[in-house]
Write a protein that binds this ligand. Structure first.
Ligand code: NAP
Length: 245
């Protein structure tokens, strides 16, 4: 039996690495991203992994209608009536000290992470309940406990922890597990823009003395998506090399 997984923010970084990992394990993989580059990335992964069931589609997770259209397209292209795994991974940063933070910076970050997780989870949840099997994996961040310059991002990522814990309580009885991943400082395009001075400060707080690789987060996601993780529900799993912010 083939399991199908939707990964949002799949054109880059952790989402891309997760798509590659799940495709290599034989999942049907639906890569969603606001960037149309996702279609090319899906094509490459399809060829690399020799997996016919990899597609890339445009989606803006902040927009309810876009998520609805995306999900309907997924079901119709693949000829399925539900997906088994959802990885709410799409993300952005708009860092600024709170005293300088604009309403736009606040809105954008809250929308991508919190509205994004709501909009996508609502699409898939009925199908998972009907099938009595599901895995929902939400991408939080070590910043959820607070990080200077990230009031918007910390609030969104802490919100995702509350969302995860509540859904784990509501959906467990349908054999749907809901867990959060807390990555630390991972080498992706998102962190490439962090100024060197700040990078050094963060590196000094990582006992392992290096950034994480997107594949190291992807491996953890793949485990949570698997049959083997059947009794892990409502967990907050750190992939940080021991980082304390
Ligand atoms: P990334 O390389 O920037 O990838 C994020 C992807 O999400 C990008 O392709 C981005 O497209 C896409 N995206 C942004 N807004 C979207 C929207 N409205 N709808 C659909 N897709 C959208 O970032 P990453 O480092 O892999 O991060 C992945 C997740 O891990 C994020 O939730 C992030 O907050 C979290 N995280 C990352 C780190 C880290 O150190 N890298 C640490 C903790 C948590 P554009 O590039 O066009 O915006």
């Amino acid at each position: 039996m083939v399991r199908y997984a939707i990964i949002t923010g799949a054109a880059s970084g952790i989402g891309l690495a997760t798509s590659r990992k799940l495709a290599s394990l034989g999942y049907g993989v639906i890569m969603g991203d606001i960037s149309d580059v996702v279609k090319e990335k899906a094509k490459s992964i399809k060829e690399e992994t020799n997996n016919e069931r990899v597609i890339g589609l445009h989606v803006d997770v902040t927009d309810w209608n876009s998520c609805k259209e995306f999900y309907n397209e997924v079901l119709s292209i693949l000829g399925i009536d539900h997906v088994d795994v959802l990885v709410n991974n799409a993300g952005i940063i708009r860092d600024s000290l709170f005293i300088k933070m604009t309403p736009e910076q606040w809105d954008q970050v809250i929308k991508v992470h919190l509205y994004g997780a709501f909009n996508m989870t609502k699409q898939v949840v009925d199908g998972m309940i009907k099938n009595q099997w599901g895995r929902i994996i939400n991408m939080s961040s070590a910043s959820w406990k607070g990080n200077i310059g990230q009031a918007n991002y910390s609030a969104a990522k802490a919100g995702l922890i509350g969302f995860t814990l509540t859904l784990s309580r509501e959906l467990g009885k349908y054999n749907i597990t809901v867990n959060a991943i807390v990555p630390g400082f991972i080498d992706t395009p998102m962190t490439a823009s962090v100024p060197d001075k700040i990078k050094k400060l963060i590196m000094d707080r990582i006992p392992m003395g290096r950034m994480g690789r997107p594949e190291e987060v992807a491996n953890t996601i793949a485990f949570l998506a698997s049959e083997e993780a059947s009794y892990i529900n409502g967990a907050i799993i750190e992939v940080t090399g021991g980082l304390v912010l």
